[in-house]
Design a protein around this ligand. Structure first.
Ligand SMILES: Cc1ncc(COP(=O)(O)O)c(C=O)c1O
Length: 345
């Protein structure tokens, strides 16, 4: 049975179990319908088995060795993957400016971090792709066990994961790809290629671009190591089944005809925006991240005008450019409003 169906089932028993709200004592009223389906691991309907089956279906959709549902964000997936493939004292090659979870994962594994840097694009002030030549130099110089790459970057710069994987194989190194910002990639040929079938471990946040609730995410594994054991060490023993069911439904939606059409429409709209806004310059490999600048304005000036005059809030701004994040839930009318704002700059 699917997780979604399982949560619809009402227990016929008198429950003297956790959670003690008993699905009826709603203390925080806006979440009434959440209380109704908030069951515990030990519920008689066997949610653990339903979760295993849901993850198995997800594995088939992504064509991976295993796909695990995460209810503590990509952060937990990155930590679990490092714990899975790295022993204390081994070296992990990480980007100096990576998300804090990368260094935290290395510390928790008792491993040794070796830092690499990524060149910054002067005109856009964003980090560029991870250089294969630089990686190869590190792998030649140090006895590295694990490499972590961020692709796409926050701003939508994608690295050559196939080439990096080939380098890792040559040096017998595990490859972890932080694809937190690329959860839509497996569902459209018009987006960059996903690492899910290439890297040893790929971590994706569903909540960032793929319409998921905070902080739902996925941990995909393509090697024959068991990621569940490490995840169990850092996960709660009382997972939120409503959140887990939302992950199941989220994947089914992205993989459905409707989900793929919605994504296609989003990409169409974003292509039109780029074509029409000839007064602006755009950069990056991922069209869903609108990395934009104009010749006359600095990043903060552009960000402030959009905010004050057009009621538009961006995701991230630097001295040279501004990034506006779009995802499966970004509606056409919102994109049109942004387009009109950019056109009138
Ligand atoms: C590149 C990158 N990796 C990992 C994470 C962690 O993701 P989550 O918030 O899903 O734990 C973030 C969050 O901002 C991120 O930007």
């Amino acid at each position: 049975m699917s997780l979604v169906k399982l949560l619809k089932k009402k227990s016929k028993k008198l429950l003297f179990t956790t959670p003690s709200h008993s699905q009826k004592t709603v203390i925080y009223k806006p979440l009434r319908s959440l209380y109704r389906i908030d069951i515990s691991e030990t519920d008689t309907h066997n949610p653990t088995e339903a979760l295993l089956k849901a993850q198995e279906r997800a594995r088939k959709i992504y064509k991976t060795n295993s796909t695990l549902f995460l209810i503590n964000g990509s952060t937990s997936g990155i930590i679990a993957s490092v714990l899975t493939c790295t022993n204390p004292g081994e070296k992990v090659l990480i980007w100096r400016d990576a998300h804090p979870s990368h260094l935290n994962a290395v510390r928790l594994a008792g491993a040794i971090p070796i830092f690499y840097d990524i060149e910054t694009d002067e005109d856009w002030e964003v980090p560029l792709e991870t250089s294969c030549e630089m990686l190869e130099n590190y792998l030649n110089a140090y006895d590295i066990k694990t490499l972590i790459i961020t692709s796409p970057t926050y701003e939508g710069i994608v690295s050559d994961i196939r080439k990096i994987k080939a380098i890792c194989e040559k040096h017998n190194v595990y490859l972890i790809v932080d694809e937190a910002h690329g959860a839509l990639y497996p569902f459209s040929d018009r987006l960059p290629e996903s690492a899910v079938r290439i890297a040893d471990f790929t971590i994706q946040s569903l909540h960032k671009t793929a319409g998921g609730l905070n902080p739902t995410a996925l941990l995909h594994c393509n090697c024959n190591l068991n990621t569940q054991k490490a995840l169990d060490m850092i996960n709660t023993t009382s997972p939120s089944y409503p959140l887990l069911a939302s992950i199941e439904e989220n994947i089914n939606y992205l993989n459905s005809w409707w989900g793929r059409r919605k994504l296609d429409q989003l990409i169409d709209e974003l292509e039109i925006l780029r074509e029409e806004c000839q007064n602006c310059q755009f950069f990056g490999d991922d069209i869903t991240k609108i990395l934009v600048k104009t010749p006359e304005l600095s990043g903060p000036e552009l960000s402030e005008i959009l905010f004050e005059d057009f009621n538009v809030e961006d995701e991230k701004t630097n001295e040279k450019s501004t990034m506006l994040l779009c995802g499966i839930g970004t509606e056409k009318n919102k994109i049109n409003k942004l387009k009109n704002a950019l056109l009138s700059l």
